[in-house]
Design a protein around this ligand. Structure first.
Ligand code: PLP
Length: 413
């Protein structure tokens, strides 16, 4: 038993069965403690976590500087609504904006950040005297933007829409990286183009520079806003503070969440200065958004990334992962393609990837599989070279085993 546990994993699993809506497919372990890239279950088994917090724990589990900042903050104020000013919100807004652009609004999650961004885009083009306004949004196949109605409608994946209709009107979907397809969908009622600079849940699909630049030009020509969903790519995840900085294509609105406060619930959208007044008082709000607890965690997260040189470190560790799996691809034909941008790593297989998750977990490594065939890693920015190697070794063993199993089952058919 781990000292942080009060009971076995099984007891907690039984409790969930009785009291928690079973809409998640959960692995049968109860996690009780984490430190950096390691996490422990109730029975004391240690795991190397290469997908900490689904990308939220950008500094790994319970990073000491963030823990201290939270402890300091809770002794003074936990929650203050937006009818007052707080130093913490001002400081975190300054930290974000001085590394990006414009002005910021705080929410609590990625889906909320995207809802706000969609509302802002429509409000920006609202015609105060009534009549036709620009309201359509173009988003992309295999994108992921969240689960509330605006965000899930923007998420162009039929599996997430099943049974939910009617969805929010005014959305059109284009294939990713296909500028001509976007051009064909634009009309005078289109207010925004919304995309992830790297699709995460969609399988670590990277937008080309040409595509992003083309979208920027198209939005300028047709008077539309370019919205980047940087919920996953923001906060240093890709080796730059924000994903858009790779190619210098600045969006009009950028949404953030996940790693923004190193695991404390926090979302935000940032918009260019001239757009900000379109979010008129009374048109949007969040009770918890911008609360001092999340803000203190966010400030400490940015400070840690800066002080510990984690952007450069992230790029180095990314190369280490990429090189390892690219070499492996040469000897293991089940690997179709290796895609990475910073600490977003996708290994696309030509067989189903899901079995890799349980097999790695048995060997003490936590990973994710997405879009049927993609092994996905979102390691902490401060993962060490030794931990990268430890993870690569286990994943390699598992992929080799899966390759053997696939060839055995093919030869016995
Ligand atoms: N946008 C992107 C790119 C995401 O990856 C996610 C979550 O995975 C979301 C939005 C939704 O964020 P949340 O689950 O915090 O609502």
């Amino acid at each position: 038993m781990h000292p942080a546990a009060t009971r076995s994993s099984q007891k907690t699993i039984d409790q969930f069965a009785k009291y928690v809506i079973p809409n998640y497919r959960r692995y049968p372990v109860c996690l009780v403690h984490g430190e950096g890239s390691y996490v422990w279950d109730a029975e004391g088994k240690k795991y190397l976590d290469l997908f900490p917090g689904w990308g939220c724990n950008i500094l790994g589990h319970s990073p000491p500087k963030v823990v201290k900042a939270i402890q300091r903050q809770v002794e003074h104020l936990i929650h203050i609504p937006n009818t007052w000013f707080t130093e913490a919100q001002g400081d975190f807004a300054e930290s974000i904006v001085t590394r990006s652009f414009g002005k910021v609004f705080f929410a609590n999650s990625g889906t909320e950040a995207n809802e706000g961004a969609i509302k802002l885009a429509r409000l920006h083009f609202a015609n105060p005297s009534g009549g036709t306004q620009k309201f359509r949004v173009i988003s992309f196949e295999n994108g992921f933007h969240g689960r509330t109605f605006g965000s899930v409608t923007a998420t162009a994946q039929p599996k997430y829409h099943e049974g939910l209709g009617p969805l929010l009107p005014g959305f059109r979907y284009a294939p990713y990286n296909d500028l001509d397809a976007v051009k064909a969908l634009v009309d005078d009622e289109t207010c925004a183009v919304l995309l992830e600079p790297v699709q995460g849940e969609g399988g670590v699909n990277i937008a080309t520079e040409e595509f992003l630049k083309g979208l920027r030009q198209l939005c300028d020509e047709r008077n539309m806003l370019l919205i980047f969903d940087e919920v996953q790519t923001g906060m240093g995840r890709t080796g730059h503070w924000f994903g858009y900085q790779h190619h210098g294509v600045q969006p009009d609105i950028m949404t953030l969440a996940k790693g923004l406060a190193a695991g404390v619930a926090c979302g935000a959208f940032v918009c260019q200065d001239h757009i900000a007044p379109s979010l008129r008082p009374g048109m949007h709000a969040s009770t918890f958004g911008g609360n001092p607890l999340a803000m203190a965690a966010g400030i400490a997260t940015m400070q840690t990334i800066e002080e510990e040189g984690l952007l450069a470190h992230c790029r180095e560790m990314s190369n280490r992962f990429h090189q390892h799996f690219t070499e492996l691809k040469g000897t293991l034909p089940i690997i179709h393609e290796v895609r990475s941008r910073g600490m977003m790593i996708g290994i696309e297989l030509n067989i189903p990837a899901t079995p890799a998750v349980a097999k790695c977990m048995e060997r003490g490594v936590l990973i994710n599989a997405t879009h049927d065939t993609v092994v996905r890693l979102l390691p902490a920015l401060n993962i060490s070279p030794a931990q990268v190697d430890e993870g690569c070794k286990v994943i390699t063993e598992v992929l080799k085993q899966m390759a053997e199993e696939a060839s055995t089952s093919r030869s016995s058919e």
